[in-house]
Design a protein around this ligand. Structure first.
Ligand code: COA
Length: 163
């Protein structure tokens, strides 16, 4: 997969003080299951949790355009959440952040990267498929579909990283 031709702002590593802006973007992208500022603050304080963001500009108050949060434990890692603001999609921001994570984990000797995604999330599955993630299982009825009326299976994906 190519990294695209769009000029995207450089990703920055997540810091404790980003929790409020992370929650604001997460709320826009996952209105039915938004994580709070306190949730992000707690996650960022956990050992092994790290990630990247992009923002509209370099101002400390700038709205975020994308975020990725992951957790590493022993020689495995997991993507906890990834989202891009609706008006900044298809500009290779997610590709950029996942690329940052894979490069960092590979350099650090992590062997496997895991995540879960709704089976009907066509955009995310195409993104991860492009990086070589493979399906290793399903969790039945794992997500709501937003209306609470239906539930959707989670697809468990794994990427083996080169040491
Ligand atoms: C999934 C998501 C993160 C993709 O972010 P993005 O920045 O728009 O993705 P990119 O521009 O980096 O696209 C990378 C690849 O993903 C795939 N892709 C992205 N959006 C797609 C879409 N709407 N339809 C089909 N494929 C898509 C393509 O393969 C694309 O590569 P290409 O541009 O070379 O064709 C974004 O749509 C999003 O935030 N969705 C809501 C939250 C979510 O579902 N998060 C993932 C949970 S695991």
């Amino acid at each position: 997969m190519t990294l695209g031709t769009a000029v995207a702002p450089a990703p920055h590593a997540l810091r404790d003080e980003d929790a409020e802006r992370l929650a604001a973007l997460h709320r826009r992208c996952f209105p039915e299951e938004a994580w709070t500022e306190e949730s992000f603050a707690a996650l960022l304080a956990m050992p092994g949790c790290h990630g990247w963001l992009t923002a509209e500009n370099d101002s400390p108050d700038s709205p975020l355009t994308a975020l990725l949060l992951a957790r590493r434990a022993a020689d495995e890692a997991e993507i906890l959440t990834l989202c891009v603001s609706p008006e900044h999609r298809r500009q290779a921001l997610a590709k950029r952040l996942v690329g940052c994570l894979i490069e960092t984990l590979s350099q650090g000797g992590t062997a496997e990267l895991h995540l879960e995604v709704a089976v009907n999330n066509r955009a995310a599955r195409a993104l991860y498929g492009g990086f070589g993630f493979v399906e290793i299982g399903r969790r039945p009825d794992y997500y709501t579909d937003g209306t609470q009326a239906e539930r959707v299976d989670a697809c468990m994906l794994r990427l083996e990283l080169c040491a």
